[in-house]
Design a protein around this ligand. Structure first.
Ligand SMILES: Nc1nc2c(ncn2[C@@H]2O[C@H](COP(=O)(O)OP(=O)(O)OP(=O)(O)O)[C@@H](O)[C@H]2O)c(=O)[nH]1
Ligand SMILES: [Mg+2]
Length: 636
């Protein structure tokens, strides 16, 4: 199959026994009722899968669902990712209970397109078929299938099958291709072990692509594993692409770790959550109101969990109402903003509603709070999420840049950023804005960089600020960097040591060989007295290896043995203390001090004397007045 081949997934839907599986057999040549029990009872139980090729070369994967109400959970696991549904109706029976329930589910999941298929037309008179078509049209008025094409077929005799194929091709041709460049996401609908081969999982690849050898994350449990082999529509392949039915052989995954509903994903992209905020619609057909914290069954992708509905602004919601609510799940699942889900009543199990996720990882909200509801509305309206997305793309930006990038006015953006900050989605650092996620990832970089620096420079008390800042993207402004770092220090994750940043429990420890070199260095500095020495002198005088001189000097500087006069010149602490003593003694008797006077006191060269006096100025011991200095804040 060439790179340009398009892939789509279509699904069946409809009441039990209305002819879905036989129709798919006719279209694909494959009987998807594989189980002995399915064949004996003549009904589908599990999901069935079959590929076929359209006349134009496009590949279609069919997910055939069971119609029986007892197996609706299986239907829900298969229907989520489809591009097009074939809603199958036995023309002799017309619209039945699961025809309606499936229609509700398809509506709630916002399946994009559909075809009405009237089956078993070989058993009905033409007039009757017309009457049923009219009835079906009435039932579907106002739904996404209102204007859907209607195909009349006999799967047994083959009438209408070609026309159905053509209709499928036409509709799929109008759909945009799947997002292959997006994150990998494959909700697992089956998994099994083949002896000597390991664990195999199957599912529909909703977005992204997977190559043999890739690392993928299976969540839950949240383990990263390697893809050993791929099959696409039953054939071995090197790459699986969005829109394909895929089987993956995964290395290092125990079958016992797996649950149906787990997702194979790009490592680190999605979050597992036990709580999310959503727009939730209770169907007008729901038999009773839903109360605060009522338990429900929640279906999302191939996952099924029990959840409690935390109504945020009321104690009870009526059938037909739409609310913003928080769902508390009894098990973690992968959730993403804008994912859709179905809710069924706890008992008896019927579909009562569905919704769309607004925030997959919110805090627990206080109920009946105007600002909570307002923030959720903003998030839902899309502008907020747009801002978050933009920020995630741009890294960190000033308000002005965000204004340009979003096309929204300053007032609107400011209000949005305020709400998004309250919702802990974005954050202000210095005078730049970032997403909370980006800020966290940068802080992880900082923490890692400090650890790496310690590893590479065990003698150094820590990483210099400028070096640490350079590990972040250039666009992070100094103020923003200071704040990210400051928060880590306040949190106790890193420590500030003079001009270095270090791990909280880090102490520099020289090796024996380094200890010897340090002694040599100290000796040279002691002997030099007031004469400042730098890197180059040390290479020559103490014969310290070029690669080590920097870190050895930094070590002596950081523990106070050496005092820095300027960029490269250092003197020993002893000489410095002597100089301070001379300074204090001098000012005990005199008001002013000239360079020449101080040079005579310490008996050093003019250049050195000047360097020491300039240090005193910087330390505010003295202050310069023309050619003279006067005492300012002399040390105790
Ligand atoms: N005469 C006739 N019989 C059909 C046709 N399509 C299906 N049938 C019969 O209808 C019965 C049910 O067909 P299936 O395809 O298993 O129905 P289904 O919709 O898949 O059923 P579930 O998966 O259990 O919901 C079988 O006995 C088929 O032989 C058709 O076009 N003409
Ligand atoms: Mg079937």
């Amino acid at each position: 199959m060439s790179e340009s081949t398009r892939y789509h997934i279509i699904g069946t839907a409809g009441h039990v026994d209305h002819g879905k599986t036989v129709l798919i057999n006719k279209l694909t040549g494959i009987n998807t009722d594989r189980l002995k029990e399915e064949q004996e009872r003549g009904i589908s139980i599990e999901l069935g899968f079959a590929p076929f090729k359209l006349a134009n070369g496009s590949m279609v994967g069919v997910v055939d669902v069971p119609g029986h109400e007892k197996f609706i959970h299986n239907m829900l696991a298969g229907i989520g990712g489809i591009d097009l549904v074939l809603l199958v109706i036995d023309v002799n029976e017309g619209v039945m209970q699961q025809t309606r329930e499936h229609l509700q589910i398809l509506q709630l999941l916002q399946i994009p397109r559909g075809i009405l298929v009237l089956t078993k037309c070989d058993l009905a008179e033409a007039d009757w078929i017309d009457i049923v078509e009219e009835e079906v049209r009435e039932t579907f008025a106002g739904t996404f299938l209102e204007k859907a094409p209607c195909c009349k077929v006999s799967a047994i005799q083959g009438d209408g099958i070609e026309e159905l194929q053509q209709t499928i091709q036409n509709i799929l041709g109008e759909l945009p291709p799947r997002d292959e460049d997006g994150p990998t996401r494959l909700p697992i609908d089956r998994h099994f072990t083949i002896s000597g081969f390991g664990t195999v999982v199957t599912g529909t690849l909703l977005s992204g692509r997977i190559k043999v050898g890739d690392s993928v994350e299976v969540m839950p449990p949240g383990e990263t594993v390697r893809v050993r082999e791929i099959q696409v529509h039953g054939e071995k392949a090197e790459v699986a692409r969005a829109g394909q039915r895929v089987a993956l052989n995964l290395v290092g995954l125990e079958r016992s770790d797996l649950v149906r509903g787990a997702v194979v994903a790009t490592p680190g992209f999605f979050t597992m959550t036990e709580r999310f905020d959503a727009r939730f619609n209770l169907l007008a057909e729901a038999p009773r109101p839903l109360k605060f914290r009522d338990p429900v069954h929640l279906h999302m992708g191939t996952a099924k969990v029990t959840a409690r509905v935390v109504l945020l602004d009321r104690d009870e919601m009526q059938p037909g109402e739409s609310v913003l609510a928080q769902f508390h799940l009894d098990q973690p699942l992968v959730a993403h903003r804008q994912d859709r889900f179905i809710v069924r009543s706890y008992s008896p199990m019927t579909t009562i509603g569905g919704g769309q996720i607004i925030d997959p990882a919110p805090v627990k909200h206080k109920r009946f709070r105007k600002e909570v509801m307002q923030a959720l509305k903003e998030l839902e309206s899309g502008e907020g999420s747009f801002i978050v997305q933009k920020l995630a793309e741009l890294g960190c930006v000033k308000l002005k840049e965000l204004e340009q990038a979003s096309g929204l006015g300053r007032d609107r953006i400011t209000a949005l950023l305020e709400d998004l900050s309250t919702a802990e989605q974005v954050k202000r650092i210095g005078d730049q804005w970032v997403t909370v996620e980006t800020a966290r990832s940068w802080q992880r970089i900082l923490v890692e960089s400090v650890a790496n620096y310690h590893r590479d420079h065990p003698l150094q008390p820590g990483i210099p600020h400028a070096t640490l800042k350079a590990t972040l993207p250039v666009k992070v402004a100094p103020k923003a960097f200071e704040q990210l770092l400051g928060d880590l220090i306040t949190d106790g994750q890193l420590a500030q040591r003079g001009e270095w940043v270090a791990q909280v429990d880090f102490t520099a420890r020289p090796t024996e060989a380094q200890e010897l070199l340090l002694q040599k260095l100290v000796k040279v500095y002691l002997e030099a007295g007031f004469e400042a020495k730098g890197r180059v002198d040390m290479l020559a005088l103490a014969k310290v290896p070029e690669t080590q001189v920097e870190s050895l000097l930094a070590f002596l500087f950081s523990n106070g043995t050496l005092i820095r006069l300027n960029d490269d010149s250092l003197i020993h602490k002893k000489a410095y203390q002597e100089a301070v003593a001379y300074l204090k003694a001098h000012f005990a008797n005199k008001e002013t001090l000239t360079l020449a006077e101080f040079r005579d006191l310490i008996g050093s060269a003019r250049k050195q004397t000047q360097a020491i006096l300039e240090l005193f100025d910087r330390l505010k011991y003295t202050i310069r007045k023309g050619d003279e200095r006067v005492a300012w804040k002399l040390p105790e």
